[in-house]
Write a protein that binds this ligand. Sequence first.
Ligand SMILES: *Cc1c(COP(=O)(O)O)cnc(C)c1O
Length: 395
Amino acid sequence: MNTTEISDLQKKYLIPTYAPELALVKGSGTKVWDAEGNEYLDFLAGIAVLNVGHCHPNVVIAIQKQAAKLMHVSNLYYNERQPQLAEKLSAAAGGGKCFFCNSGAEANEGLIKLARLHGSASGKFEVITMKNSFHGRTLATLAATGQEKVQKGFAPLPTGFVYAEFNNLDSVKAAITDQTAAILVEAVQGEGGVIPAEESFLTGLRTLCDEKDILLLLDEVQTGIGRTGHWFGFQGYGIQPDAFSLAKGLGNGFPIGAIVAAPKVADVFQPGHHATTFGGTPLACAAAIAVLDTIEQENLLENTQAMGKLLLEKLKEIADQYDWIEGARGTGLMVGLVLNDSALPLQKLLQKKGLLCLATAVRVLRMLPPLTVTPKEIEQAAALVAEACKEIDEC
Ligand SMILES: *Cc1c(COP(=O)(O)O)cnc(C)c1O
């Protein structure tokens, strides 16, 4: 099918929650191809999902092998892949136990339920989240998301959420009450515009939570699985959360989410408290095991730090040339070019030139290439951004 045929069929039969333009049919590493055979450098990676690149052979083979052996058994039976994956995540996290689910929103729902159950004995149920955050699109995670624009029209939302200013410890302090069960925060606000947490903010939250007996929950859905150059974003800050959520990069495109709970709260959920039919299937876990092994074998945490630094430098050089570009910021391979105005025209021009990235929080051009990205691909992408910015500046 060509793009027009695909688009016509989609408009007829899909609920229009998205408005795509490109039809992608094939991927390999950092590259994807559309239905007409045009090649693109993928600096979006399925929104921080394809951390080891499109169709990495390790992941493809793991899925093929597991699919032919056992795909799903439900959680009423052991399946060896689940504890094997949990052991690896626990080792990477410095301890803790896992619960597997299917998406980021579902993982965050799990964190919220864990915090409420843990707090229920002492009458604590409130969760403090940050303004400009993003935690998902289910009703509870929508309520946790501190952005009115995504909540509009869906009232009444579940209650028990209180919003504080990101990177403002005093604002969080002021939001704490006797009923505060947990604080939920991203190490880098992704959808919010690629805004890294300040070190004093996260370490301050850790101290505050210890003093007040509040759980510190990290939403690592986007920042996890090597994206920031550490296994998990919080590891760049030298803190340990009480529990955190994962999804996006965990299965490299195969849907899987997880919560990882530190020993202190690892046994809060007991049989009957929380469940999911599909969570942690042998197939999803086999894919995730292959992802974690690949990150280790190919030294992708080191590559992420080096390539992130290179990309940020290149973008800063471009930003310095134009007064309508404010600058560039980010951590690891979560990088944003911050404009004075909407980043959408730049996103569209880059797409025409063969580079995929995403305008976020209106004026931030967000780049999230696979962690396997090479210096050459960074140079190519930066050259395209430079070219596009020059064209925009001239017209
Ligand atoms: C994408 C994202 C989510 C939601 O994940 P889904 O898999 O789309 O439900 C939650 N939190 C953060 C930080 C995200 O980036």
